[in-house]
Design a protein around this ligand. Structure first.
Ligand code: NOJ
Ligand code: CA
Length: 723
């Protein structure tokens, strides 16, 4: 590969503009760009001389015009007909470099909330202006090289021969130079709720069947198709992560693996038409990102996804606040209570049934009395919001039928006193959190959105959890298609007008848009805690998520389960949470989110108030985050400083083999003495043996203290507060 770079720079001298090289600000990363003999844009990337991306092609296949569907206008004259063909020719070959522009950028910006209170955005940029002489068309490619990786995107300027166009497929390649270890989930246009696979690249195709097994009704998007963010590790210890940033008005990207060429190629989510997206110039693609580091912790510390998004578009952000919440939720997920008011599924129809006249099933969760208990508990223990699911009519038949009309989002069940509960909550300094399960019925939600948000304003709700369970209606669309991606952002922008924060479940995976729209405070888009009730998440799950799903932005993982054997309180649920209690605490630190739920039922917290203290204390907004140690699928140790306070919190989450470590507290303020409270796995505790066993110890510490031999058990962890 070294030869390639020598070759590339020599070529540069001979060919002038057609070969370009830029380096990262620290000089460790090098990106080479050239146009090959067929006129195909080509790039490669190296880190300290090691190949990250071998020469890889860039471009698009466009959808050719179907002559039988062309309008008279298209065919009026031979010139127009010729033009119609030109406008739809592929954007892959025949390119020349017209001009290039270089720039350097270095700024520090302040996120509304985050893992740190200021973020440096420092890169060297190369903008390549390409022209396709034959078709008189232009396409630009903008590369940004940071110390922690590369971002690049396509830009389509305003021009005569490229105005409206339909993507047949984006053909962005990521060629690799080894059979890397990879952490991946199966390609799927509708869900990320899969178990992570850990294999060599060459094993992806062979593992596909197993990879979709937990959701066996799903068909993988391709024989060796994976989702991003994809984490890889080379045999010589480089960590490489592929994802995307700012996926706006565009379909979500998957990656097809071609073993013969050891290369991933982009694979966009189709819309109902089967096409991969419709664009109008001037426009841009999302950024494609390659994060690189020689330590696993470098991947966790990267801010590329956020840096490649546009600055905040909301002028007054004072109403956006990191939120810790409890909820009437886990009891429904586990099957202890129901979202619906009655069991009479077939006889209940939204807008037709008089709910006052149907027989309640006696197991409805969202009752006025029950929610009041949650409000009291939240007020007493410092939680700012209480999520209530199943408060609104329609849950009797909400799932699986792709109905155009499901919920109206404004009518409460007869046993949920909307006004009284909001008044009661506000009188205690607490807010209710709204729940909009859309059942993936998109037009139904859009029809009701304004009325629903207006009602939230009327009663004083400032946050909504959305849900997109099920196949999309209108039929044929996908959760990750361009139209759906536009829908999610539309709801965020509408919510911003109403000063409402949004937490979207089952929506497409995040790509850092929360920088631009920080009222998009949460997303699920992966297997969350709910799967601990459907058979359990793999023990290493939470040690992979920060390297994959979290690269796009925070996740509403909903940790905090204190009773691991669900059969103890839910008749018929034999699921066991595959984690120790101490690890449940650690997740509040290792899984960053400005929205954190204490997910268990309040009775379980009342029984273990000493351990619950950590959840009460831990903040969800930070000045600083230090990624002390990590290996995907094995362990993560993170330390974070609370925003605006001299308090630190440490979390360690470990997979099957556990983790033992010493932590030097040299990040504490010199000369100050703090009290450290350590919540650790009890002796003999593992995720499969006495998982609820924990010990709490306190000691005085300073910045000279080294906490020795801290131990996380198998599927265990530890959490430390330092105040
Ligand atoms: C799936 C969500 O992830 C879960 O949190 C929610 O309770 C259900 N859908 C119902 O909306
Ligand atoms: Ca879900």
């Amino acid at each position: 590969m070294k030869n390639f770079f020598l070759f590339a720079s020599a070529l540069c001298t001979f060919l002038g503009l057609s070969a370009q090289e830029i380096t990262s600000p620290d000089g460790k990363l090098k990106m080479n760009f050239s146009v090959d003999s067929a006129g195909c844009p080509t790039y490669s990337l190296s880190y300290c001389g090691k190949v990250v991306i071998a020469p890889s092609h860039l471009g698009y296949q466009l959808k050719p015009e179907d002559p039988t569907k062309m309008t008279d206008f298209d065919w009026k004259t031979p010139a127009a007909a010729e033009n119609a063909v030109v406008r739809r020719a592929d954007l892959q070959t025949g390119f020349n470099v017209e001009t290039t522009e270089n720039a350097t950028h270095d700024e520090v910006w302040t996120p509304v909330w985050g893992e740190e209170s200021s973020i440096r955005n420092n890169y060297n940029e190369l903008l390549v202006h390409l022209s396709q002489a034959k078709n008189e068309r232009k396409m630009d490619i903008r590369f940004r090289l940071f110390n922690d990786g590369l971002g690049f995107r396509y830009e389509f300027p305003d021009q005569k021969n490229l105005t409206y166009f339909t993507i047949k497929e984006e053909k962005t390649e990521f060629a690799l130079n080894g059979d890397h270890k990879a952490w991946w989930i199966a390609g799927d246009y509708d869900t990320q709720e899969y178990e992570w696979q850990t294999t060599r690249l060459s094993e992806i195709a062979g593992r596909m069947k197993e990879a979709v097994a937990p959701n066996s009704s799903q068909t993988p998007a391709g024989p060796a198709c994976v989702q991003t963010s994809l984490q890889m590790k080379t045999d010589d210890g480089l960590y490489i992560n592929l994802h995307e940033a700012a996926c706006i008005d565009y379909a979500t990207m998957h990656l097809d693996y071609d073993q013969t060429n050891n290369c991933f190629t982009s694979h966009l989510t189709p819309s109902a038409s089967g096409d991969k997206g419709d664009l109008q110039t001037p426009t841009t693609s999302p950024w494609r990102t390659v994060i690189v580091g020689d330590e696993a912790t470098d991947i966790l510390a990267s801010r590329i996804t956020l840096n490649l998004n546009e600055p905040c578009q909301i002028e007054d952000t004072s109403w956006i606040h990191p939120t810790k919440y409890i909820g009437v939720w886990w009891e429904m997920i586990t099957g202890k209570s129901t979202w619906s008011y009655t069991d009479a599924v077939s006889s209940v129809k939204l807008g037709v049934t008089d709910y006052d006249k149907v027989k309640p099933n006696g197991r409805h969760g969202a009752t006025t009395e029950h929610v009041k208990d949650y409000i009291d508990f939240a007020a007493e223990h410092g939680f700012s919001e209480v999520l209530v699911e199943g408060w609104n009519v329609g849950w009797e038949d909400w799932f699986g039928h792709q109905k155009d009309y499901v919920f109206d989002f404004v009518t409460p069940y007869p046993d949920f006193d909307l006004k009284y509960l909001n008044d009661y909550a506000h009188s205690k300094g607490v807010k209710l959190m709204m729940h909009h399960e859309t059942s993936a019925s998109i037009r139904n939600y859009e029809r009701h959105l304004d009325a629903a948000y207006t009602m939230m304003n009327e009663y004083g709700y400032d946050a909504v959890k959305q849900g997109y369970v099920g196949d999309i209606c209108p039929r044929g669309e996908h959760h990750y298609s361009q139209w759906l991606n536009n829908h999610y952002l539309y709801t965020i922008k509408e919510a911003a007008k109403h000063h409402i924060m949004v937490n979207a479940h089952e929506a497409t995976r995040p790509t850092g848009i929360c920088r631009t729209w920080p009222n998009w405070i949460g997303n699920e888009s992966a297997r969350g805690t709910e799967y601990e009730s459907f058979g359990g998440n793999p023990v290493n799950h939470t040690t992979i998520l920060p390297f994959t799903r979290f690269i796009g932005g925070p996740m509403d993982y909903t940790p905090g389960i204190f009773v691991m054997d669900l059969s103890k309180w839910v008749p018929g649920n034999t699921s066991k949470v595959r984690s120790t209690l101490a690890r449940q605490l650690a997740l509040y630190v290792t899984l960053y989110s400005p929205l954190q739920m204490a997910a268990d039922i309040i009775e379980h917290y009342k029984e273990k108030m000493d351990a619950f203290q950590f959840i009460k204390d831990v903040p969800c907004d930070w000045d600083k985050s230090l990624y002390l140690e990590a290996e995907p699928g094995e362990y993560i140790v993170t330390a974070r400083k609370a925003k605006g306070a001299d308090e630190w919190y440490i979390g360690c989450s470990a997979a099957e083999t556990g983790h033992t470590t010493d932590i030097a507290l040299d990040f504490l303020t010199p000369g100050k003495t703090y009290t450290a409270t350590i919540y650790a796995d009890a002796k003999g505790t593992t995720w499969y043996n006495n998982p609820e066993g924990y010990v709490i110890t306190t000691r005085k510490v300073t910045n000279k203290t080294v906490l020795k031999k801290l131990q996380a058990a198998s599927g265990g962890g530890f959490a430390i507060s330092i105040k």
